[in-house]
Design a protein. Structure first.
Lengths: 281, 237, 250
């Protein structure tokens, strides 16, 4: 089987098991296009992180095929997958190896075997872009949680991946840092990066994503537009997801005032859209 | 900002005024000074080195005298007990005390001004096996992750009255270490994944900015040895 | 003379006890500057073959599975961290575990030699315990001989069908004591008085006894508590980890 044109990353019939008995992932089929904003939802232990590790090539002993821009990924070109698909881990501490912010960001670039001048250029640029330049000589252990997260993201972006995977990025961030993270996301979207975020936060997924993949017990339960996912009681129940607050409010209002409200447009995705919609009533 | 000052020496090193001096230079300087001290047969070299290094550490590296004295206290008990065991000849005892204090002050030229990560990078130049250097980088990083974890666990233990008396505190202490070991070994799998996710291929390498050796640094080195040699010659004549 | 010496030692012990309440007692590290160059080199050379053996052992573990590297490094960091923690104590004085026996029982004596020397380097850099010129001597006593003796005692006790807590207690406690003996020998060799090496050795043993004897007992008890709890609560983890089981069963 060859890759389908138009997809930046394609996964065919992927099965993965840690112990050769129980499949953690079974029959995963996915096609991802450039510039998509995808939220990956699912309970703890559903296989989200395992899927990410397969998408990025750290786990490569499963059955199935992965195509990167139409080229099949094999043992030999696995590093291309690891470079093209960046993975920002949930805990920055599990990702940071460097002894200073500067050399941490350079780690991946050194692994890619780039010439020193290129490494220097990219590292410095990323540090400036992420507002980390003033921290460059600081060791990771004297950084705050939000700063560590930024360093971890910088270390991944420096490798110039096309797709970036974020594993529960906002799990341990305070509101200020969550905002900082959303700004980083916006910047990455502007650059045309494809972004996949695994999260439990359905409010965020509903607001941000243009596609949602629900994974349950190692297989894909649903893969659709956010509105389709969050209005399907069956999917929500099966995957144990809470309906986004805004959507709930929207539905309550809609129920009370009747069906004619449909003329006022689609369900609002953000608080601004909601205000607009509400004022139109 | 959270600064958990688990290891004051590490913290001093990151804030030293001479942190940006070339690491290999500092290491070579300190090492040759230590060799001079331990090979010396008189009082001059240890006393001179102790004063010289004390000056550099407090006035050039800008460590406060209070912090420096505190750091010098660390080996104090060992030096004291050891020299008393040597006993007998008071001059011999004094000589050994001075030598040790002086060598420690020279070692502090490096350790109080150079973060361990940079020391490891310099050791890499000595062509130690790559695996050894790699383990050092990882262990250094993990030491701080674990210490942070201990800090959290200890606070949680205190909150649950785990340290209310001697018996319970002993038990809480050992349980904490057990949890620490189990959790951290589990996490270490993930740490490997994270390295591999960034194309780690079995050798850890970083890009670091070069630190040039300045004339001032060279001059300091020269001054130290010039006076050392002159003083030594003068004391032997 | 003997009486006088005894008095000196007694005074020191009291002094140390008083001092010990405020200062950190560096376990049994020979300080920087304490050994003449010849001894520094000699102990370094003696340590090399053991370190090479440990290095090859770790290389083999990695050849089996490259992923073991973070596991091994984490074990090293763990030994460092437990050696940097204050043991809760009755007197208020600070003592620290050495981790020698624990490391030897969990990871095996050869891997511990490499982890041990790295831990010693960090103890010198971060804690100012020990030093660089004395690294060879400290490595021999704390990372090679101590763990090896611990391990042998543990295995012997097991063969003799001693109960597990007793085996662990003896292994860790005697491991500490032997480190203290060896360090005293090292110091006596380097700094012997006209009375001879033996007399010096006894004097070193004497002055360090007040800090080292209680430590050996504390370390023994703690190591028992830790390993027994590991076996009770961490069975699944130990199996998952594999490396530890291998180290402990071989």
């Amino acid at each position: 089987m060859a890759g389908t044109p138009g997809y930046i990353l394609e996964i065919h019939n992927l099965y993965y098991s840690y112990d050769n008995r129980n499949n953690v992932l079974s029959n995963i089929n996915l096609g991802i296009k450039k510039g998509e904003k995808i939220a990956l939802l699912g309970a703890n232990g559903a296989g989200k992180s395992t899927l990410f590790l397969n998408m990025n090539g750290v786990y490569n002993k499963g059955n199935g095929e992965i195509f990167l821009s139409g080229t099949k990924v094999t043992r030999k070109n696995i590093n291309r997958l690891r470079q093209s698909v960046g993975y920002v881990f949930q805990e920055p501490d599990s990702q940071i190896v460097g002894t200073t912010v500067l050399n941490e960001v350079s780690f991946g670039l050194v692994n890619l075997g780039l010439p020193e001048s290129e490494i220097q250029k990219r590292t410095i640029n990323i540090l400036k872009e992420m507002n980390l330049y003033n921290y460059k000589d600081k060791p990771p252990h004297y950084l705050s949680g939000g700063e560590k997260k930024r360093v971890a993201i910088a270390g991944v972006i420096a490798m110039q991946p096309d797709i970036i995977l974020f594993d529960e990025p906002m799990a341990s961030l305070d509101p200020g840092n969550s905002l900082m993270f959303e700004n980083i996301l916006a910047k990455l979207e502007d650059k045309g990066k494809t972004i996949i975020i695994s999260t439990h936060n359905t409010d965020f997924a509903y607001k941000w994503a243009d596609r949602i993949i629900v994974i349950d017990n190692g297989s894909i339960l649903a893969d659709d537009k956010p509105i389709e996912i969050f209005t399907s009681e069956e999917i929500l129940k099966k995957a144990n997801l809470t309906k986004p607050m805004l959507l709930q409010v929207y539905e309550i209002i809609k129920k009370k005032y009747g069906k004619d409200l449909n003329t006022c447009g689609n369900a609002p995705k953000s608080i601004n859209e909601f205000a607009k919609w509400f004022n139109h009533l | 900002m959270h600064i958990h000052n688990h290891f004051p020496i590490d913290y001093y090193a990151y804030n030293s005024a001479i942190r940006n001096w070339n690491t290999s230079y500092k290491m070579l300087f300190a090492f040759t000074a230590i060799i001079a001290v331990i090979s010396s047969g008189n009082f001059f070299i240890p006393v001179y080195t102790f004063l010289f290094m004390g000056f550099v550490n407090t006035h050039i590296a800008r460590l406060s005298i209070k912090e420096y004295l505190k750091a010098l206290q660390i080996p104090f008990l060992f030096i004291l007990l050891g020299s008393i065991a040597i006993g007998g000849n008071i001059i011999l005892m004094l000589n050994i005390i001075l030598k040790a204090a002086s060598a420690v002050s020279a070692m502090y030229l490096v350790t109080l001004s150079t973060p361990a990560g940079e020391i490891i990078t310099s050791l890499k130049r000595l062509h130690l096996p790559g695996l050894f250097i790699e383990l050092m980088y990882l262990i250094y990083r993990y030491i701080f992750i674990l210490s942070e974890e201990v800090h959290k666990m200890h606070n949680a233990g205190v909150a649950r009255l785990g340290y209310i008396n001697y018996r319970t505190s002993f038990k809480s202490f050992s349980m904490m270490l057990v949890n620490l070991l189990i959790v951290s070994l589990k996490n270490s799998r993930n740490y490997y994944n994270a390295m591999e996710a960034r194309c780690y291929n079995g050798s850890i390498g970083f890009y670091n900015e070069k630190k040039k050796i300045s004339w001032l640094q060279l001059l300091l080195f020269l001054i130290y040895f010039l006076f050392l040699i002159t003083g030594q010659l003068a004391s032997t004549i | 003379m003997v009486k006088k010496e005894k008095r000196i030692i007694l005074a020191t012990v009291l002094f140390a006890a008083v001092l010990g309440t405020g200062t950190t007692v560096s376990a049994m590290h020979i300080m920087e500057g304490y050994l003449p160059p010849g001894y520094c080199i000699a102990w370094g050379i003696i340590s090399i073959p053991f370190l090479v053996a440990g290095f090859l052992k770790i290389k083999n573990l990695l050849a089996e599975n490259r992923r073991n590297i973070t596991l091994i490094a984490m074990s090293g960091a763990f030994i460092f961290v437990i050696s940097s923690l204050k043991i809760p104590s009755l007197t208020g004085s600070c003592s620290h575990m050495t981790g020698t026996g624990l490391g030897a029982i969990l990871f095996g004596p050869s891997a511990v030699s490499i982890l041990g020397i790295i831990v010693l380097v960090f103890q010198a850099i971060l804690l100012a315990h020990g030093g660089i010129t004395t690294l060879g001597a400290n490595t021999f006593s704390m990372a090679i001989a101590g763990p090896a003796i611990s391990y042998c005692i543990y295995k012997t006790c097991q063969k003799a069908k001693a109960s597990k807590p007793i085996s662990i207690f003896l292994a860790a406690g005697i491991g500490d004591l032997s480190t203290y003996f060896i360090t005293s020998i090292q110091l006596a060799l380097a700094h012997n008085t006209p009375d001879g090496i033996m007399a010096s050795f006894l004097k070193f043993l004497g002055v360090f006894a007040p800090t080292q004897l209680p430590l050996a007992i504390l370390e023994g008890i703690l190591t028992v508590l830790i390993i027994m709890a590991l076996e009770t609560y961490g069975t699944q983890e130990l199996i998952e980890i594999g490396f530890i089981r291998k180290g402990a069963s071989k």
